[in-house]
Design a protein around this ligand. Structure first.
Ligand code: FAD
Ligand code: NAP
Length: 326
């Protein structure tokens, strides 16, 4: 199974972060594997504004069996051709299943897909994304061509118990954390796990029942939501995920100061800047420098930080794992 042969990412020494050597590119987009869909169901509340589905694939008997870990993605080849008559390009989807798969044996993997539906920017006609709608329309038993797995950096460390974990997700950025949380809670451990999930409305929260149940069952797991366009269930004003660092500062601030915590961020590009700023506002210097190196001038004016400063005046450390895009 993945995770056994350990490779080093980052220097050895106290607090080192060792990532597993995961399988990559077992199937290339030009030679994909054909598998069957075994489940395709809505994973929001029934009243959600967006359409997001949890889709499972039977990969038994293929090279993917037992080789795909949460944090990686798989490629989906939609049938048909694009406007230039070429086969549709591969689209990537984050793996939502735990390391042992949905079935406990690595034979069934899953992803979380949001239908891309909009008005076309130029024609003002209905715009439907090719692969997301293809995936969401697939029925149980239908075939789909997959490539991958892709990605090796946004995964859990080899020794789960060596760290605590703070996960920030917006929208379908929750996919990898579903599998990671299931992995982390499946073993006896003292590691703390906190997940902050952001969505526009409470009805858009993904896998909300699962995380609510897991937080009730595991004292070491904290599940927090951040609803951006309506008040929170507890009456707090609308907020983004990074605002939870302020409202839940006692718990999350303590985690970030304990020298064990790794931070993972997945979802919309833009959220990482907001998280960095909030960390800079609330964390004492000794805690902040575990995650961010900030030039003194930038530190004196946190409110003016912008994306252009990332990896320049504001650099994140190996304790922060980022997977964000527009
Ligand atoms: P496309 O047919 O590719 O259309 C989208 C493109 O069309 C956009 O790039 C944009 O240029 C253009 N476009 C968008 N809106 C309009 C408009 N209104 N008018 C005109 N043009 C427009 N997605 C998920 O749902 N779940 C995941 O877990 C997930 N994981 C990902 C992991 C990685 C590493 C990456 C890189 C992406 C991930 N994505 C995920 C996004 C996914 O790969 C696709 O980009 C997304 O589903 C849209 O693909 P599509 O084929 O449906 O849309
Ligand atoms: P969504 O349901 O629209 O939720 C996104 C939430 O994030 C909203 O509440 C939004 O608030 C909030 N938000 C907007 N700007 C923010 C910021 N700067 N900081 C913090 N929060 C912010 O999300 P979605 O449509 O599913 O989109 C999720 C994104 O994640 C997509 O871009 C998708 O491609 C990406 N994704 C990436 C990966 C990956 O890289 N592996 C995997 C899966 C998904 P408002 O809209 O109210 O402002």
């Amino acid at each position: 199974m993945p995770g056994s042969p350990a490779a080093i990412a980052g220097a050895r020494g106290p607090g080192e972060i060792v990532l597993p050597e995961v399988a990559m590119h077992l199937y290339r987009p030009n030679e994909p594997v054909t598998v069957k869909v075994t489940r395709n169901e809505v994973c929001t509340s029934r009243k959600a504004a967006g359409f997001v589905r949890h889709v499972e694939f039977d990969v038994s008997g293929t090279l993917l069996e037992g080789k795909v870990v949460p944090g990686q993605s798989i490629g989906v080849m939609a049938p048909g051709v694009d406007a230039k008559g070429r086969p549709h390009a591969v689209r990537l989807y984050s793996v939502a299943s735990p390391t042992l798969g949905e079935d406990g044996a690595g034979k069934v993997i899953s992803t979380t897909v949001k239908r891309t539906i909009d008005e076309h920017w130029e024609t003002h006609r209905l715009f439907l994304g090719v692969a997301s709608n293809y995936l969401c329309d697939l029925q149980e038993g239908e075939e789909v061509r997959l490539s991958g797995p892709n990605g090796k950096r946004f995964v859990l460390p080899t020794d789960h118990s060596a760290h605590d974990y703070l996960f920030f997700a917006t929208g379908t950025g929750i996919a990898p954390f579903r599998g990671m949380v299931m992995d982390l809670l499946s073993k006896k451990s003292d590691s703390r796990v906190a997940l902050v999930m952001g969505s526009p409305y409470a009805t858009d929260l993904l896998y909300h029942d699962l995380f609510t149940r897991l937080s009730a069952e595991h004292e070491r797991f904290t599940y927090l939501t951040a609803i951006s366009r309506e008040k929170q269930a507890d009456g707090h004003d609308p907020m983004y995920v990074q605002d939870r660092l302020r409202t839940n500062r006692d718990e999350l601030g303590a985690m970030l100061s304990n020298g064990r915590t790794l931070v993972y961020v997945c979802g919309l590009a833009g959220m990482e800047l907001g998280i960095f700023k909030q960390m800079a506002r609330i964390l004492p210097e000794a805690a902040l420098e575990q995650y961010l190196t900030v030039e003194p001038q930038a530190m004196s004016d946190i409110e003016s930080w912008d994306r252009k400063m990332l990896n320049r005046q504001v650099k994140h450390s190996k304790r922060m794992f980022l997977e964000v895009y527009a």
